[in-house]
Design a protein around this ligand. Sequence first.
Ligand code: ATP
Length: 239
Amino acid sequence: MTDVVLSVEDLNVHYGSIHAVKGISFQVKRGEIVTLIGSNGAGKSSTLNAIMNIVPKSKGKVVFNGIDITNLPTNEIVKLGLTLVPEGRKIFPNLTVYENLMMGCYARKDKNKIREDLDWVLNLFPRLKERLKQLGGTLSGGEQQMLALARGLMSRPKVLMMDEPSLGLAPLLVAEVFQVIQQIRNEGVTILLVEQNAFAALKICDYGYVLETGRITLQDKGENLIKNEDVAKAYLGIS
Ligand code: ATP
């Protein structure tokens, strides 16, 4: 089996006359953390949403684990093991933490493994364990982000895509989120991470792509991108 688990070829997304993603191609290898960085409006969310068929592609092909998923409905994609934790958390505010977590399992066939995975996820996020009966909407911003990640993991994905998991979090919590992401990878889940927090993302990733107005302009190992002068100027606040 090839070590590429997710392959995106010539992806294009249009919103009416706006050409948001302009023919990008990239790959994610099994076991890696791959990051897409870029400024506001570069097309990062559109890329993830198009992979999941949450927004339509105007052109392109997506292959996941050897299967062409270009035209599969979102729930079928989730069943195959590809899950998106969307931007802005989108947890269910009127459901408890436990109920939110169970919403992550809807597509699973192996219901007997759910208990085991709940233990796994609560071990990763001990703060949620103490709050299982609390309503999602009453959690702090950081806790809601943890819940969104935890709910994503409850689908037992082979690849977890995350859209700006550190958005709006205090620095200490940002560090915690990035630590958890590494831990999740160490437990065998491949990660595609979209971030505006370029420095933190490049520090933990194996490979990174820079997206500018819908095009990939640079790609390299994270350790090289972090040293790249153009990246430093544009995304790391170093002049
Ligand atoms: P951010 O970091 O700000 O979330 P992004 O890199 O994720 O940005 P996208 O959200 O993918 O960027 O947006 C790419 C472009 O597509 C932007 O110009 C945006 O205004 C436009 N766009 C996104 N969603 C829609 C939509 N539903 N209708 C029209 N235009 C859209």
